[in-house]
Design a protein around this ligand. Structure first.
Ligand SMILES: [Zn+2]
Length: 297
C-alpha cells in the first residue's frame, strides 16, 4: 500500500448525526468515530484517543508535535477548544512528544508516576526531547475523573510494555485505551531499558481482561493498518498468548542449550504465524528481549 492509499484508507466520513458537532459532510483525515463521542486519530506514532462532548474534551496520548498540531486543528472542527485532560499511556516519544504542542491547550496532563520518571530519564538526546513536557498530575495505581457524564479511570497494573503503562477507561461509554499494551497482530516494540517485563505484560493483560467485559471496545497503540487499532477482548487474549508463546519458545530453546543467534533463525513463534512485522527485525528483536529477560532470571 502506498502512502496515498494509506491516507485514503485512514480517512473516514464522520457522521454529523452521531457526533453532533461535526458537519455530516466534513471528511476528517485520520479521524474515526468509535462510540458515544469517543474516537481515534491515527497518523504517525501511537493511536490518539479522544472524547469530545458538549463541554468536555479528553485526549489520550499525543503522538508528535507536528501530528498533534494537525490533530488539534481538526479537533476544533468539532467545536472542541480547551482540552480538559490529556493523559499519557506511557513515556515513548510517539505517545508523548506531542505534549509540547497540546500542553498549550490542556488544563492538565495526567500519567502514571513512572511514565514521567521514564520520560525524563529515557527521552533524551533527540530534537524531540528538547522542549519535552511531562504530566503535571501523576498517580501510582489508579486515577479517576468525572466530566460531563463521563467517568474516566486510569489504571497501572505494574511493569509491562514499559515500567509506567496505563490503561484509560471511559467508563460510561465502555471504551478502554490500552496504549501499547496491545500491538494488534504485529510484533510489539519492547526494550528492557524502559523497565519493561514480558512476564509482567502477561499479568497486566490478564488483569485488564478480568476488569473489562465483552462490551468493552479497546483502542490499541499500533497495528498494521488504522482499521485494526481497535477491537474486542479477544485481541487482548491474543496479545497475551503471543507473549507467553514467545517466552515459551525461548525457554524451550534455552533448555536445549540453543544460543540467541540460533533462536533468532525463525520466521515465526509457533502458533503465531499471522503476526506481522512493523520493522524488518521485529521478531528477532522480540526473541532477543525474551532471551535477556529469561537470562537475567
Ligand atoms: Zn510504546
Amino acid at each position: 500500500m502506498n502512502r496515498k492509499e494509506f491516507i485514503k484508507t485512514a480517512s473516514v466520513f464522520l457522521s454529523g448525526a452521531f457526533l453532533g458537532n461535526f458537519s455530516s459532510s466534513v471528511k476528517v483525515e485520520n479521524f474515526r468515530q468509535l462510540r458515544k463521542g469517543i474516537g481515534i486519530y491515527t497518523n504517525r506514532g501511537g493511536t490518539i484517543g479522544w472524547l469530545v462532548r458538549e463541554n468536555a474534551v479528553i485526549i489520550v496520548d499525543s503522538q508528535f508535535p507536528d501530528t498533534a498540531k494537525k490533530f488539534y486543528s481538526n479537533l476544533k472542527k468539532m467545536k472542541a477548544n480547551k482540552i480538559s485532560v490529556l493523559l499519557n499511556t506511557h513515556h515513548h516519544r510517539d505517545h508523548t512528544s506531542g505534549n509540547t504542542f497540546l500542553a498549550k491547550h490542556s488544563g492538565m496532563i495526567v500519567a502514571n508516576e513512572n511514565c514521567v520518571r521514564l520520560q525524563k530519564k529515557r527521552n533524551v538526546g533527540t530534537p524531540l526531547d528538547k522542549n519535552k513536557v511531562t504530566a503535571n498530575v501523576t498517580f501510582q495505581k489508579e486515577w479517576t475523573f468525572e466530566l460531563e457524564g463521563e467517568k474516566v479511570f486510569a489504571y497501572h497494573f505494574g511493569p509491562a510494555h514499559t515500567g509506567g503503562d496505563s490503561v484509560v477507561h471511559f467508563v460510561n461509554a465502555n471504551v478502554a485505551h490500552m496504549g501499547d499494551l496491545v500491538f494488534n497482530r504485529v510484533y510489539p516494540f519492547v526494550n528492557l531499558k524502559d523497565e519493561a517485563s514480558l512476564a509482567g505484560w502477561i499479568k497486566f493483560l490478564d488483569d485488564a481482561y478480568n476488569r473489562f467485559d465483552n462490551d468493552t471496545l479497546f483502542i490499541y497503540g499500533h497495528s498494521f493498518s488504522p482499521d485494526n487499532v481497535f477491537g474486542g477482548k479477544g485481541d487482548l487474549r491474543f496479545m497475551r498468548n503471543y507473549i507467553e508463546a514467545l517466552l515459551n519458545y525461548v525457554k524451550k530453546g534455552l533448555r536445549q542449550g540453543r544460543g540467541l543467534k540460533d533462536l533468532q533463525k525463525t520466521n515465526s513463534v509457533p502458533g503465531f504465524e499471522e503476526m506481522k512485522p512493523l520493522w524488518k527485525t521485529a521478531l528477532q528483536d522480540n526473541i532477543k528481549t525474551a532471551y535477556e529477560e529469561l537470562s537475567r532470571g
